[in-house]
Ligand binder design. Structure first.
Ligand SMILES: *[C@@H]1O[C@H](CO)[C@@H](O)[C@H](O)[C@H]1NC(C)=O
Length: 174
């Protein structure tokens, strides 16, 4: 969800930055059309005429039922970071989430005998540092296209922004 927001953010940014960064605008044309038609909320960076977004860090959290698959995907992410020269942050394996459902073994007799159904959701957190908006979208596009079956991902951004006008315009700031 957050990723989608950021994608539309870049698109809307393209309009104010048109004079300064012509090639970037052209590259983002497709997304601009898509974003303009969807009624998405507006990120703070969208109201600032910056040439591109700056992310201090992007946190990827992916979860699935098979720890081996997550491990392999982590290796893939590390290789992508190396190949695309993206600064890698920490990799953390979080405690898995356990879900247990005890049920009768037979339909209604032998109430002493139960079956435990259990699922475990394994979670890994991977961080990258100091990327621009265009690097972030390329990186995320690539890794999301290659995400394994049954693995879900959540992306969290930490974005750098100029101070708001209410502060920079005040007498104390000058
Ligand atoms: C990284 O680059 C190497 C060499 O070009 C390539 O073999 C490998 O598939 C790349 N890995 C990823 C994850 O893109």
């Amino acid at each position: 969800m957050l990723r989608r927001l950021a994608a539309s953010g870049r698109a809307l940014l393209a309009a104010p930055a048109a004079a300064a960064a012509q090639p970037i605008v052209a590259a983002r044309g497709v997304r601009a059309v898509a974003a303009a038609t969807s009624g998405k909320p507006v990120l703070p960076s969208q109201v600032h005429p910056l040439p591109d977004q700056l992310f201090r860090s992007i946190e990827l959290e992916y979860r699935g039922h098979d720890p081996a698959v997550l491990k392999s995907y982590t290796q893939f992410l590390e290789q992508v970071c190396t190949n695309l020269s993206v600064t890698r942050g920490s990799v953390a394996t979080l405690p898995y989430v356990r879900w247990v459902q005890p049920l009768l073994r037979s339909k209604f007799v032998h109430k002493k005998y139960k079956l435990h159904y259990e699922t475990r959701t394994h979670i890994t957190r991977f961080t990258i540092h100091d990327v621009t908006g265009s690097t972030a979208s390329t990186f995320l596009e690539y890794i999301e296209r290659n995400i394994p079956e049954g693995v879900a991902m959540r992306v969290e951004y930490e974005e750098l922004l100029p101070l708001p006008d209410t502060i920079t315009a005040s007498a104390y700031w000058k």
